[in-house]
Design a protein around this ligand. Structure first.
Ligand code: ADP
Ligand code: MG
Length: 233
């Protein structure tokens, strides 16, 4: 599903270079639930953005579902993103003036899905995240946890192969974080591959594999029995 070899990434800082990823080797199979751990600044988001074809490495290879991802035009990259990837962000990234249903439906609009099917699919996924009754509410009428569940429904609606989540619980309290993780675990149990960037050990422990980044390298990569997320703590 995902195959990364010898990935390097630097950012220009003034007239110097900040070497952020220093030779990452990583692969993920279909159905995995993986957390990427590491302290702030360790390159987690940089890594996830490359996996999400939002950015490119300077060196190394990245295969997604057997396709070499390299030097893509913005249009081709957007096609792969639509086809393969769903994104979840710390700050939800919902559109404030659109209700929950329309937020879920918007990416489908850009993918050319018909109005009727957009509506049906969006409702289906809102139901899946437990928010069918909130379909016509605006984001500012929803709690943080509800907003993130709308964002998860939006990510699922185009039926991507992989969900990529950058600190999905970073803006939520513990109880709400565990609710979101409960949902993510359920989605994974239904077969979806999920990668979560987090710096919170309790969140990482709810995944089946913990990949630890430090100083631009993977220093640990361990498969394990996940802790079951229980929301009512
Ligand atoms: P993390 O998500 O683990 O906190 P990031 O991948 O966001 O880490 O950042 C890794 C390092 O790269 C940090 O030192 C950050 O300041 C730097 N960095 C990230 N993005 C850019 C950028 N666009 N330009 C310059 N430096 C960047
Ligand atoms: Mg980050």
């Amino acid at each position: 599903m995902i195959e990364i070899t010898n990935l390097h990434k630097s950012y220009p800082v003034g007239n110097r270079k900040l070497h952020v990823l220093k030779g990452i080797n990583f692969s993920a199979q279909e159905g995995e639930l993986i957390s990427i751990m590491g302290s702030s600044g360790s390159g987690k988001s940089t890594f996830l953005n490359i996996l999400g074809i939002l950015d490119e490495g300077d060196e190394g290879t990245f295969h997604l579902d057997g396709t070499l991802i390299q030097n893509l035009s913005e249009k081709v990259a957007a096609n792969y993103r639509n086809q393969f990837l769903g994104f979840i962000f710390q700050s939800f990234n919902l559109i404030n003036y659109k209700n929950a249903l329309d937020n879920v439906a918007l990416p489908l609009y850009y993918q050319g899905v018909s109005r009727k099917e957009r509506h049906e699919r969006s409702l289906f996924y809102l139901e899946k995240v437990g928010l069918a009754d909130w379909a016509d509410h605006l984001p500012n009428e929803l709690s943080g946890g509800q907003k993130q569940r709308v964002a998860i429904a939006r990510a699922l609606a185009s039926n991507p192969k992989v969900l990529l989540a950058d600190e999905p619980t970073g803006a939520l309290d513990t109880k709400t974080s565990y609710e979101v993780m409960e949902l993510i675990q359920k989605i994974n149990e239904e077969g979806k591959t999920v990668l979560i960037v987090t710096h919170e050990p309790d969140i990482a422990e709810m995944t089946k594999r913990i990949v630890h980044l430090k100083d631009g390298l993977i220093i640990n990569d361990e498969r394990r029995e996940p802790v079951k997320a229980v929301a009512h703590v």
